[in-house]
Design a protein around this ligand. Sequence first.
Ligand SMILES: Nc1ncnc2c1ncn2[C@@H]1O[C@H](COP(=O)(O)OP(=O)(O)OP(=O)(O)O)[C@@H](O)[C@H]1O
Length: 288
Amino acid sequence: MEHVIELINVSKTFKGFSVHNMNLEVKQGYVTGFIGANGAGKSTTIKMIMNLLRPDAGEIRIFGLDYKTHEKAIKERIGFVYDGNVFFEGLNLKDIKRIVGPAYKRWDDTLFKRYVEQFELPLGKAIKTFSKGMQMKASLAIALSHHAELIIMDEPTAGLDPIFRQELLDLLQELMLDGNRTIFFSTHITTDLDRIADYIALIQKGKLVFNQTIHDVAENYALVKGTTDLLDKDTERAFVHIHRAPTGFVALTDNVKEVEHIFGGAVVTERASLEDIMYYMKGRESYV
Ligand SMILES: Nc1ncnc2c1ncn2[C@@H]1O[C@H](COP(=O)(O)OP(=O)(O)OP(=O)(O)O)[C@@H](O)[C@H]1O
């Protein structure tokens, strides 16, 4: 099994928004970061991957299996972390362990205890009294305590202090040492991705723009600076979006080689950060 998550022509429509014909493959044994602007459709996609939301059309396979026939087997192998409180608010971690533990064949009490200690979480305090960061840590401790092969997280670093964020990234790196594990997570903090992601999947307005290795993104995308007299209908095709100013232009390309071929030494190219890419992609939207 090469892909642990497969979305085939998946669509979901809400009033004023749709995920449209999405095809997404998440490779086993790697960390994929899922990025996109507010409202781009990350949570909607993750909910469909978790079978918390049914697609209107298309197919979703997890570990090559279908939710219709293998829901329990699939969920057994996934650790899911997200920002909202999944658990009844009045419960404490001890109660949750008692309820959630038996639901998993591979639940590991020792591991759960280790994470609770590592994350400095109180066992006897009601979850509703936890801060946002503590709730995220609690969700993480539970998700990691049943030896999940696939860890899916919806903005796991949101609301975490910078120190725990670093610790979490270290922990995720440690988890990846087991070569079969796969992590798929959404985030707005693109610097987290430079550290741990192998693949970047970018979604914009419900459409997958790309799903490439972080290396390919760095190779293919760049910011290009030059004077406006270099631009015409033909040369502009090399760019995703162009910002013009009286002093010259700055543009994003997804094809560095073509830019080199067209402009040679007449332009300056610079590495585009993931934030640059998202920013220029958004510009393209309003421009078109
Ligand atoms: N249950 C729902 N009913 C109607 N619209 C919905 C529902 N869930 C999500 N949406 C809409 O779908 C769009 C995408 O939302 P989604 O939460 O997937 O975005 P996101 O990329 O996760 O955003 P953010 O980064 O802000 O969390 C938004 O316009 C949202 O209002």
